[in-house]
Design a protein around this ligand. Structure first.
Ligand SMILES: Cc1cc2nc3c(=O)[nH]c(=O)nc-3n(C[C@H](O)[C@H](O)[C@H](O)COP(=O)(O)O)c2cc1C
Length: 344
């Protein structure tokens, strides 16, 4: 099996997982096993991202970097305030007072871009939208391939028009944030295989398929649908090298949860998570205001994580979560690629 778009032996990528799960140890193990890892640049300081790049480079392993594209934010101040008030009783349990002032930031986009232009990597994948065309031109001028994450054929056409080299096509079964360009959009259920076929018909770019992969057969089905490579996130959450928090790990393995749900409750952007109490209590009320809601709930989620409170933490998970193996990452990649009959 080969993956022309990615410089790896196997057509399997480790999806970027910001917020802890992606570590350089995970990325290195995936790369050593022949897969292609993405470092998660989102939420990190430019310095921390730079340090991770140095680690991968020193190890001589192939890798890409994922960044969040900032979007012009339009926060409905009244809706935000109402949501902050609704969440205050949750915060009170941890002695926290939530600010009713929406906080915005661009995730240090300009500095991270400058870093990647000064110190280029093979592949940069973008999520949450498209940057200025000049940013794509600048990455290209540094010799970097640029991939855009898309969730519809229309987004794929926009990305193609913007000049990207390939697409990460993310189906609605994916764990974590939807890459949708429009956080107000209702994410209709679409299988990743069907979306790959629709995007292929809409845009003639190479595709990495992501979302809902739960087995080697699912990898094969996505390759058969026309993807050049398949990215997995959830199936790596319990890998030995993943930085997934103990509370998140326990929730994925403990038998308390029975399904996942797409919800804006935690960050203001649709994201797939285990359906816990917080998602149930607040999902219908959360405004589509990212990153304002992310900042609003951040300390609360951190406190919940520390306290082992799985009812309040954002437990990102795709629909394949029950099959996430508790194994070294290399064995998970080998299992997925069909090169070894690893047991779960
Ligand atoms: C914990 C977690 C964190 C994620 N963080 C990011 C991220 O930083 N950037 C991104 O583009 N996608 C992120 N995603 C989405 C993945 O890149 C990918 O689309 C998804 O994991 C694929 O679906 P699967 O989880 O069913 O394998 C995240 C997913 C999870 C589960």
């Amino acid at each position: 099996m080969t993956a022309p778009m990615l410089p790896s032996r196997l057509p399997i990528a480790a999806a970027p997982m910001a917020g802890g799960p992606t570590t350089t140890a995970l990325a290195a193990a995936v790369a050593e096993a022949g897969g292609f890892p993405f470092l998660a640049g989102g939420y990190k300081t430019p310095e921390a991202l730079s340090a991770e790049i140095s680690v991968m480079r020193a190890a001589g392993l192939p890798f890409g970097v994922n960044l969040f594209v900032p979007a012009p934010e339009t926060v409905d101040a009244a809706a935000f305030r109402a949501y902050a008030r609704q969440l205050q009783p949750e915060a009170e349990r941890y002695g926290l007072t939530l600010s009713e002032q929406p906080m915005n930031d661009d995730d240090s986009w300009g500095q991270k871009l400058a870093l990647l232009i000064q110190d280029p990597v093979d592949v940069v994948s973008l999520t949450f939208g498209l940057p200025e065309p000049s940013d794509i031109v600048a990455l290209h001028a540094s010799g970097t391939k640029v991939l855009a994450s898309v969730t519809t054929p229309a987004e794929a056409r926009q990305a193609q028009a913007a000049g990207v080299d390939g697409l990460v096509v993310q189906g609605s079964q994916a764990g974590g944030h939807s890459a949708t360009f429009d956080p107000n959009r209702r994410i209709d259920p679409v299988s990743t295989a069907d979306l790959v076929k629709a995007v292929r018909a809409a845009a003639g770019l190479p595709i990495i398929a992501a979302g809902g992969v739960d087995s080697p057969a699912a990898v094969q089905a996505l390759l058969a649908a026309g993807a050049e490579a398949v990215a997995v996130g959830t199936l790596l959450l319990l890998a030995d090298e993943a930085g997934t928090s103990p509370t998140h790990r326990a929730a994925l393995t403990g038998g308390k949860f029975s399904e996942t749900v797409l919800t804006r409750a935690f960050t203001g952007r649709p994201a797939r998570a285990l359906r816990n109490g917080f998602a149930v209590r607040h999902g219908a009320h959360a405004p589509a205001a990212y990153p304002a809601v992310h900042h609003l709930t951040r300390e609360l989620r951190q406190a919940a994580g520390k306290a082992g409170d799985a009812d309040t933490l954002h437990l990102w998970a795709g629909t394949g979560w029950r099959n996430a193996p508790r194994l070294p990452a290399a064995e998970i990649i080998e299992w997925l690629s069909g090169t070894e009959n690893a047991v779960q």
